[in-house]
Structure formats: C-alpha cells, structure tokens
Ligand binder design. Structure first.
Ligand SMILES: CC(C)(COP(=O)(O)OP(=O)(O)OC[C@H]1O[C@@H](n2cnc3c(N)ncnc32)[C@H](O)[C@@H]1OP(=O)(O)O)[C@@H](O)C(=O)NCCC(=O)NCCS
Length: 150
C-alpha cells in the first residue's frame, strides 16, 4: 500500500465533495470550499486514489483544523492517523506552534485520534453545532519548540 499526502488541487474537489457528503450529517456545501479555505488543504492518496483530506486555516504560527475526513470505506486502516500526523509535522516545520480545532462532543473516534496526537481539551462551546444540535469540544496542542512534532 502506498500513501502520499499532497496539497489539494481543483482536480481533487469532486472526490473531496463525495467523501464530505458521505462523512457528515451536516456536510459543507460546495461553496464553502472557497479558494481561501483551500489555501492550506492537504489530501491523502492511497494507491493513487484520493482517500481523505484535511483543511487548515493558518495564521502566522497558529493553525486551525477546519475539516478532516477519511473515505468511510477506508477507515480504521491508519489513514487518518497518517494524514493528521504528516500534516501537523509539515505545518510545524513551516513554523506553526499552536493548533486548534472544534469537534462534536459525541465524536469519540476523532477525539481519541486527536488525543493520540497531543491535543488536549481546552473548553466547551455550548450548542455550537446544528443538525443535530450539539456542543463542541475545543481542543488544542501547543509546542514550545516549533521544530518538534509528533
Ligand atoms: C476521525 C477519522 C478521520 C479517523 O480516520 P481513520 O482513518 O478511520 O483513523 P485511523 O485508522 O488512523 O485511527 C487512528 C486512531 O483514531 C481512533 N479511532 C479511529 N476510528 C475509531 C473508532 N471507530 N473507534 C474508536 N477509535 C477510533 C483510534 O485512536 C485510532 O487508533 P488505534 O487504531 O490505535 O485505536 C474518520 O473516522 C472520519 O473521517 N470520521 C468522519 C469525519 C470526522 O468525524 N472528522 C473529524 C471532524 S472533527
């Protein structure tokens, strides 16, 4: 099996939309994948097939994970862990020291994965999500040494 992470291009969007729609009950509409949002987006190819994506918003030394999913047919094979780890390393190398994200309180698998990569719960945003309504857990990971990654 060959995994390759690379920057998202316009050609990747149809496959990304498909995974998005199959992954979330409240998927982002296509228009939400704006040029600005896609600036710091990475995708994972597994045996040359797009199998996941992760979108960040990077401001100076801070990065926020906006969206992240693996093809439902390819989960539990380590791809999410690979894509998260590789993208965090790449952003750390380019100077990011602080990472943040929001996650549904019930999303135990994602929370477990983030914890494995050093994220800690920082707080709760009451009623942050709609459809279905749910609180968000705010998680963060802060490096003191920007060159050190997971
Ligand atoms: C969260 C997600 C990206 C994980 O991708 P994945 O490729 O299945 O994850 P991996 O196989 O790399 O698993 C890595 C770790 O995540 C956790 N994990 C993943 N799926 C899990 C599950 N179903 N149950 C429990 N833990 C799980 C475990 O800690 C796992 O490590 P382990 O195998 O040593 O126990 C994937 O489930 C997904 O796309 N979910 C829907 C979209 C989503 O919720 N995105 C996050 C939004 S904040």
């Amino acid at each position: 099996m060959q995994r390759l992470m690379h920057r998202l291009t316009q050609d990747d969007l149809p496959a990304v939309f498909e995974i998005e729609n199959r992954s979330f009950q409240d998927p982002w509409p296509c228009e939400a994948f704006s040029e600005e949002v896609l600036q710091d987006a990475m995708v994972l190819d597994v045996d040359e097939v797009l199998s996941g994506y992760i979108l960040y918003h990077v401001i100076l030394d801070e990065a926020v994970i906006l969206n992240f999913a693996i093809d439902p047919d390819k989960r539990r094979q380590g791809h999410g862990e690979y894509l998260l780890g590789q993208s965090l390393s790449e952003l750390s190398e380019s100077g990011c020291t602080r990472f943040f994200l929001d996650v549904r309180r019930s999303n135990a698998q994602a929370i477990k994965l983030y914890e494995k990569h050093g994220f800690m719960t920082l707080g709760i945003r009451k009623g942050y999500y709609h459809d279905p309504p749910e609180d968000a857990i705010v998680m963060g990971r802060i490096y003191t040494n920007p060159r050190k990654s997971s």
